[in-house]
Design a protein around this ligand. Structure first.
Ligand code: HEC
Ligand code: HEC
Ligand code: HEC
Ligand code: HEC
Length: 376
């Protein structure tokens, strides 16, 4: 009798202890030599949720350009960015912008009814700047976006305002700082994976360029120029950013680090280098496009944050839980409007490529060649 009660007690205690753990099955994928703990732990239920967020919309093939056919720039009155597109490709682009940004509202989300050349809607002005920003991303940030590239859909996903953005939390920061803590600390925030770390690592690292460091060059804090600025506070913010990066990509720390030394680049997986450029790219977008003119003055009050700023991007804006946005679907290549003119592939050449040539290409990109090497 007592024995049964004891076992019951044990079972109850164990289930109470395990309640905080994730329910099996959990998948572990090895990414390095055995015994080095370079593995990724995935929860199939979380993966299923991410997959539904990263579905690629259908697209029609690009419209080949006719030699000396009329271009949008020559035909329309007020085309400043997409002037060199053929009329067919220009129309296809407008249909795509509508599907990516304002599928419910249609063309008139950006255009004044009856006059496509009219600039009076702020959404039209913003879109022209967004076209330049997207071309800049695909042209100048290949170290991060590679040939996968981005389109309006990467951030917008069918919404006028992308769902994952951040605003300046200056006011709420002061509130919590006044209570004696680090700004935004100990209030579990989604931005840092519901941890109690400072909830805004973005202002320092994705808008300003404060160093992202935990280990300083000298052991103890000093004074003046030799001071170790890598204080406990800096460490807390750094970890806040790291948790944000892990959760936006749906990965663990070992996707980018070897835990033998988080600092040492020589033993870090190559993804850490891509992430390094990702941080600089997000800063560039926030500094030069979103938090800058002409955009800062055109947004209406209802699109601004509590301190009057406009929304800015972080890793989740594009990644939305996936290691590559949309699992690496190369959408941008099919839309010449998304690429600066020197990076566009010639749709006429692609159409002319004989099928035999395509099938004779060596299979250098076979999945087994791309898989991480497992050695011992
Ligand atoms: C998300 C905003 C957006 C949506 C939605 C949109 N457009 Fe546009 N449209 C623009 C921008 C920005 C330009 C100017 C492009 C440039 O300067 O290169 C433009 C230019 C045009 C022009 C050239 C007008 C001229 O004379 O200068 C036409 C025509 C046009 N759009 C048609 C359409 C149609 C048709 C639709 C719906 C299928 C549509 N647009 C949906 C943003 C949009
Ligand atoms: C890197 C991410 C990113 C990309 C790529 C991007 N946008 Fe945006 N877009 C934003 C952010 C962030 C805002 C700001 C929202 C705010 O402050 O309300 C925004 C706002 C807008 C708005 C204003 C919507 C509103 O209702 O206020 C329009 C229109 C827009 N974008 C069109 C486009 C078009 C067209 C493209 C592709 C040429 C594009 N965007 C590409 C991030 C992006
Ligand atoms: C997507 C890649 C990525 C993930 C995931 C990631 N990190 Fe990082 N981590 C980086 C990069 C890149 C830097 C260097 C940033 C810089 O210098 O701009 C860095 C820097 C650091 C540093 C500072 C090292 C120093 O020089 O002082 C620490 C500590 C760290 N990460 C810990 C973590 C922890 C803990 C996790 C998991 C919660 C994590 N990281 C997840 C990419 C990543
Ligand atoms: C403007 C959209 C955008 C933003 C913002 C963005 N990324 Fe990316 N990221 C991409 C694209 C596109 C790729 C795919 C590149 C490729 O195919 O190699 C990518 C790839 C990566 C990879 C490589 C994954 C792999 O397995 O090879 C890492 C790591 C990464 N991003 C980290 C980050 C981090 C960290 C941030 C925030 C500081 C960030 N990204 C912000 C668009 C973005």
């Amino acid at each position: 009798m007592n024995k049964t009660l004891g076992i019951c007690g044990l079972v109850i205690t164990l289930s109470a202890l395990l309640a905080g753990c994730e329910r099996p099955p959990i998948i572990a994928v090895q990414g390095g030599p055995r015994g080095t703990a370079m593995e990724q732990i995935y929860n199939p239920r979380t993966l299923a949720k991410q997959a539904s967020l990263n579905v690629v919309p259908e697209s029609s093939p690009p419209v080949p350009v006719q030699a000396d056919g009329p271009t949008a720039g020559k035909t329309y009155q007020n085309v400043k960015v997409l002037g060199d597109l053929s009329l067919g490709e220009f129309a296809r682009t407008m249909v795509a912008l509508t599907a990516w940004v304002s599928p419910q509202q249609g063309c008139n989300y950006c255009h004044v009814e009856g006059n496509f050349a009219d600039e009076s809607k702020y959404t039209y002005v913003v879109s022209r700047r967004m076209l330049q920003m997207t071309q800049h991303l695909n042209g100048e940030w290949q170290q991060h976006v590679a040939s996968t590239g981005v389109t309006c859909y990467t951030c917008h996903r069918g919404n006028p305002v992308p769902q994952n953005v951040w605003y300046d939390p200056k006011k709420s920061r002061l509130d919590t700082a006044a209570m004696g803590g680090m700004p935004g600390m100990n209030q579990p925030a989604a931005s840092v994976g519901l941890s109690s770390l400072p909830s805004d690592p973005f202002t320092d690292y994705l808008l300003n360029d404060k160093p992202i460091r935990v280990n300083g060059p000298v052991p103890m804090a000093g004074k003046g120029a030799t001071a170790n600025r890598h204080s406990t506070k800096q460490a807390e913010y750094t970890y806040g950013l790291m948790v944000h990066m892990s959760s936006s990509l749906g990965v663990n720390c070992t996707y980018c680090h070897n835990t033998q030394s988080f600092q040492d680049w020589s033993i870090s997986p190559p993804q850490r280098t891509t992430a390094y450029y990702g941080i600089r790219m997000a800063r560039d977008l926030n500094q030069s496009y979103l938090n800058a003119e002409p955009l800062t003055s055109v947004f209406p009050a209802n699109r601004r944050g509590p301190n009057g700023d406009i929304a800015k991007v972080n890793c989740t804006t594009c990644h939305q839980g996936a290691f590559k946005p949309l699992y690496g679907a190369k959408m941008a290549q099919d839309y010449p409007a998304m690429l600066p003119s020197d990076k566009r592939k010639d749709p006429n050449a692609a159409a002319a490529l004989p099928a035999a040539a395509a099938s004779a290409t060596p299979t250098a990109n076979a999945p087994q060649a791309a898989a991480p090497k497992v050695g011992g």
